[in-house]
Design a binder for this molecule. Structure first.
Ligand code: GDD
Ligand code: MG
Length: 355
């Protein structure tokens, strides 16, 4: 089977991590995020993937070349971002599938353990135009809200509605009949969520929902990105692309961790990264050459390439950009993001005991 991978978004919610690297290429559990998606797609029977790229397009080909994780890869670039539907239509130029063949479409920022073969089977049995993977979340207003009838047929598609009618959402993995992709207007900005799906449903086409609520995560925010990396390292979602066994931590070659440092909770430690004596690092992502000094505490945070945390500093839910420096004794919490290269002097930021 062939797939189209949508990777043209700017990843704005993940800044400053996405200033230099597109979201799908961020190192996650030791490898580029997409490596996990490619390896899982291969395991689900996908043989060829067309990358629909736009933002920093050349970096994808540099990262993966013509073949990776058992899948043949081709790249199609949009001069201007065409939206999700326009990107699918544009990338379809490079498909080899026939008009009735199923083609898989994947959002490029999803970790999912769902059964793609079962989704394709439902699609074929129903003779559907499109079959969407649906899952349940607590806050459907941030996603595409997708109600279905008793037969699993999709009855509406409500993208980011303030009034969701169900907790069931679009999980960002579709099976399209190839000929249906060819009905999307060419060379125009089209949203598959706001235009194509509602139009198909209104026209009476068969749009099916494959409801499956296993492991699923959109890594589009810093909190979710850290959670996804942590879950992969801990083995909550098995990935054939993980460069090591699941466990409390993943240490890449060339990293150095002091014997009495506590490093756990699914932390990944990049090449050349250093964790000094007495430091505690839990549930975090340390990219290459990150540095955690003596006695510092780092929880649920991202330290980008070459970022440094000074002695005794505390970071909780923080993102440090490339080369950012947090001087000794600072205490940073709650979603704070430090831009690349910024240096915080010693004890510049502290929380009082009752915050
Ligand atoms: N090539 C290309 N061109 N890709 C694009 C473009 C574009 O113009 N715009 C977005 N993409 C890609 C993004 O890179 C991402 O992989 C995917 O399309 C979805 O875009 P997001 O920006 O991540 O959308 P979202 O997370 O707000 O919502 C989407 O995903 C939800 C599930 O996580 C929607 O599909 C929702 O309906 C869905 O519930
Ligand atoms: Mg997303």
């Amino acid at each position: 089977m062939e797939a189209i991978l949508l990777v043209g978004g700017q990843g704005t919610r993940l800044r400053p991590l996405t200033i230099s690297t597109p979201k799908p290429l961020l190192p996650t559990a030791g490898v580029a995020f997409l490596a996990h998606q490619l390896a899982r797609a291969h395991a689900e029977g996908v043989e060829r993937i067309v990358f629909a790229t736009s933002y920093r397009a050349e970096m994808f080909e540099e990262a993966f070349g013509n073949r990776a994780h058992g899948v043949d890869l081709v790249y199609v670039v949009e001069d201007e971002p065409l939206g999700t539907g326009g990107a699918i239509r544009n990338a379809a130029r490079a498909l080899t599938s026939g008009p009735d063949d199923p083609v898989l479409i994947l959002n490029g920022d999803i970790l999912s353990g769902h059964d793609v073969r079962a989704q394709v089977k439902l699609h074929e049995e129903a003779g559907a135009a499109v079959t969407l993977h649906l899952t349940e979340v607590d806050d459907p207003s941030r996603f595409g809200c997708v109600p279905t009838d008793d037969h699993g047929r999709v009855t509406a598609f409500l993208e980011k509605t303030p009034d969701p009618v169900t907790n069931q959402i679009n999980a960002g993995c579709y099976v399209f009949r190839r000929s249906v992709i060819d009905t999307i207007p060419e060379g125009e900005v089209v949203s598959v969520e706001r235009e194509t799906f509602p139009a198909l449903i209104a026209s009476g086409a068969t749009v099916m929902g494959h409801v499956e609520s296993g492991y699923w995560l959109d890594v589009g925010t810093p909190e979710a990105f850290v959670r996804g990396s942590r879950d992969l390292v801990l083995g909550a979602l098995a990935s054939p692309a993980m460069p090591g066994e699941p466990g409390e931590r993943l240490t890449l070659p060339g990293a150095s961790v002091a014997a009495d440092a506590v490093v756990a909770g699914g932390t990944s430690i990049g090449r050349g990264a250093v964790i000094e004596s007495g430091a505690t690092v839990t549930g975090s992502v340390l990219l290459d050459d990150a540095f955690v000094a003596e006695g510092a505490t780092v929880r649920d945070s991202v330290l980008s390439r070459g970022a440094r945390v000074g002695g005794g500093a505390v970071l909780d839910g923080v993102v440090l950009g490339d080369g950012a420096v947090v001087g000794p004794g600072n205490e940073l919490r709650g979603g704070l993001r430090v831009w690349p290269g910024v240096e915080l002097p010693p004890t510049a930021v502290r929380f009082s005991a009752d915050t």
